[in-house]
Design a binder for this molecule. Structure first.
Ligand code: PMP
Length: 433
């Protein structure tokens, strides 16, 4: 870990300054620019296990894990070895490969709702495709999403969205036609009555409800008891579909995702992040009768030049194999519990009002003393204080997600010693805020 005095970011500054002339905001994805936390974004050079190294030679304990995929630790030797072997056979086929069958079988075996699956290249693609499928299957156009949930950047989801949209405090994005979002109805997360009211108002026109079963894109927010059950019942009652966006939670909060953890089976599910093991993969899947509508089995069109790419499939297969080993999720829960409980204690001891929690390898802490049940509650957190906390941690060699409205991620590579060092840094920073 670096001490604050030795934390130099000269090269990061140079590269990031040049990047700003080349790419909007200097980045390929908005939250990376550190807009809401302030300070100098660090430019990465390499990643390994629980650590990242920047271009100035600083090392950090990483709690972002490339936004979720690195659940086995970055650059796991077995994933890298499998990729080397696959690489020798070529980078892309644009045709069927056996690796697709293997990963598809693993996903179908693991995720309760998935009887058939289609691979795509990102979570955004998975969510936009599954929405088309929900509409095709039901013959209805409207959907219900929740405030602060993020389902990628497709037009129809950029309504009261989380993640970077929340981080930057953007209004719903320009360039999205009203005619597209007229069909996107929103409700506060954990508010079953609001969902019910939308169904009562639109009894025959809602294709389905789409949600993060555990929210990570408005900070870390868990479903209240009965919320997921209630959504399952309401969707059934109104002939609508239930879609869990498990891009973040899939294979992270349990091997079978939130649906396994909470025992609620949706009709459809999207996946991403972990199933690509650090390469670009997304997927959508669900009931076989619904998936039968997808082209060429059925009439709903969706395609992809690089979809089912052998390298991406290989990284996904090896990652899931590693996760199947004994005690994986017990370990993830143990280290994440130490971290989260430790952070909350250190913060409270230093006189800060905080709330937070974890499930398996996903966690969060808000700078507000009130419990957070939805995005409105999350917005009451002290964002400026989070920014100061973030900068202090970075200077002490701990890389947290650069936004109050993002969850944190741990991995199999994080040790109790890493957690202790993180808590020691947090104590120092929190006592100085
Ligand atoms: N859904 C959820 C729940 C996500 O967290 C994300 C990305 N953070 C997406 C969809 C979009 O995935 P991608 O960035 O791979 O397009």
């Amino acid at each position: 870990m670096v001490s604050t005095s030795s934390h130099q970011t000269t090269k990061s500054k140079e590269i990031f300054t040049a990047a700003q002339k080349l790419m909007p905001g200097g980045v390929s994805s908005p939250v990376r620019a550190f807009k809401s936390v302030g300070g100098q974004p660090i430019v990465f050079e390499s990643v390994k296990g629980a650590y990242i190294r920047d271009v100035d030679g600083n090392e950090y304990i990483d709690y972002v894990g490339t936004w979720g995929p690195a659940i086995c630790g970055h650059a796991h030797p077995e994933v890298i070895a499998a990729l080397h072997e696959a690489l020798d056979k070529g980078t892309s086929f644009g045709a069927p490969c056996v690796q697709e069958n293997i990963l598809a079988e693993m996903v179908i075996d693991a995720v309760p709702s998935i009887e058939m699956v289609r691979f795509v290249n990102s979570g955004t693609e998975a969510c936009m495709s599954v929405l088309r499928l929900m509409r095709a299957f039901t013959g209805r156009d409207k959907i219900i999403k929740f405030e602060g949930c993020y389902h990628g950047h497709a037009d129809m989801f950029l309504v009261k969205a989380g993640s970077g949209v929340a981080t930057l405090g953007l209004p719903d994005s320009p360039g999205v036609p009203k005619t597209t979002t007229n069909n996107t109805l929103t409700a506060p997360y954990n508010d079953l009555e609001a969902v019910k009211a939308l169904f009562v108002e639109n009894p025959d026109s809602i294709a389905g409800v789409i949600l993060e079963p555990v929210v990570g894109n408005a900070g870390f927010i868990v479903p209240d008891a009965g919320f997921l059950e209630g959504l399952r019942e309401l969707t059934k009652e109104y002939g609508a579909l239930l879609m869990f966006d498990e891009v973040m939670t899939g294979f992270r909060i349990a091997y079978g995702g939130a649906q396994e953890k909470f025992g609620i089976t949706p009709d459809l599910t999207t996946l991403g992040k972990v199933i690509g093991g650090g390469l670009p993969v997304g997927a959508y899947g669900g009931r076989a009768d619904i998936m039968a509508m997808v082209a060429p089995a059925g009439p709903m069109y969706q395609a992809g030049t690089l979809s089912g790419n052998p390298l991406a499939m290989t990284a996904g297969i090896k990652t899931l194999e590693l996760l199947q080993r004994p005690s994986t999720y017990e370990y993830l829960d143990k280290v994440t519990k130490s971290l989260t409980e430790g952070l909350l204690k250190v913060a409270r001891d230093a006189g800060h009002s905080v709330s937070g929690g974890h499930i398996s390898a996903m966690f969060g802490m808000f700078f507000t003393g009130n419990p957070v049940h939805n995005y409105e509650d999350a917005k009451k957190a002290d964002v400026a204080k989070f920014g100061r906390f973030h900068r202090g941690m970075l200077e002490r060699g701990v890389y947290l997600a650069p936004s109050q409205f993002e969850a944190g991620f741990t991995s199999l590579a994080h040790t109790e010693a890493d957690i202790e060092r993180t808590l020691a840094a947090a104590k120092e920073v929190l006592e100085s805020l």
